[in-house]
Design a binder for this molecule. Structure first.
Ligand code: SAM
Length: 178
């Protein structure tokens, strides 16, 4: 199974069929394509860099300020995006503005050496595609501290690994509190 499969599996249980999803930091678009096929979802892709490999349309923009009305989507997906942002809180705020539920997929990185290697390995797409480098390599507990600063319920969905076990990952669902 290619990379998009395990990522989509990690949150498939909470997605309602035919929902409106914004994929923020969509990258190659493979995740968006998988969500479109698997959930019959209407997926909008945005990214600050253009290296979309699908036929789905991509809007190039900085997601710290999205040109969409509040609650225009059912879900926002932030898959491995926050660690490429020097202001992850600004992206999260916008994601929570445009959708009532946000799926966050992130790396759980523990230890200084692993942190340094992760930042190096994960900055490679910056050279190839012009994306922002990897700014943050931190543990699941530290990510939860950041997420808990927002007015949301946090539901842990899944832990999984990618790249032959080098990356330990987790997926959470954030639901805006009324
Ligand atoms: C590691 S890639 C993840 C791609 C895809 N979501 C996935 O899981 O396969 C991170 C993406 O976030 C994008 N990104 C980083 N900061 C961004 C910002 N401020 N606005 C929009 N996209 C951003 C990068 O350009 C890059 O394509």
């Amino acid at each position: 199974m290619e990379r998009a499969g395990p990522i989509v599996n990690s949150f498939a249980s909470v997605i309602r069929p035919r929902s409106r999803i914004i994929d923020i930091g969509a990258g190659k678009g493979l995740l968006a394509q998988a969500m479109s096929e698997r959930f019959g979802a209407c997926v909008t892709m945005v990214d600050v860099a253009r290296y979309n490999q699908t036929n789905l349309p991509l809007t190039v923009c900085d997601s710290r300020a999205l040109a969409f009305a509040s609650d225009s989507f059912d879900y926002a997906v932030l898959s491995f995006v926050l660690h490429h942002c020097n202001q992850p809180d600004a992206i999260l705020r916008e994601a929570l503005r445009v959708a009532p539920q946000v799926i966050v997929v992130e790396n759980d990185v523990r230890g200084m050496i692993r942190g340094a290697v992760t930042r190096l390995v994960d900055s490679y797409p910056a050279l190839r595609f012009g994306t922002p480098p990897c700014y943050i390599a931190q543990s699941h507990a530290d990510w939860l501290k950041l997420l808990a600063e927002f007015p949301v319920e946090i539901q842990m969905l899944k832990r999984f690994s990618l790249e032959y076990g080098f990356f330990q990952n987790f997926t959470v669902l954030l639901t805006k509190r009324d």
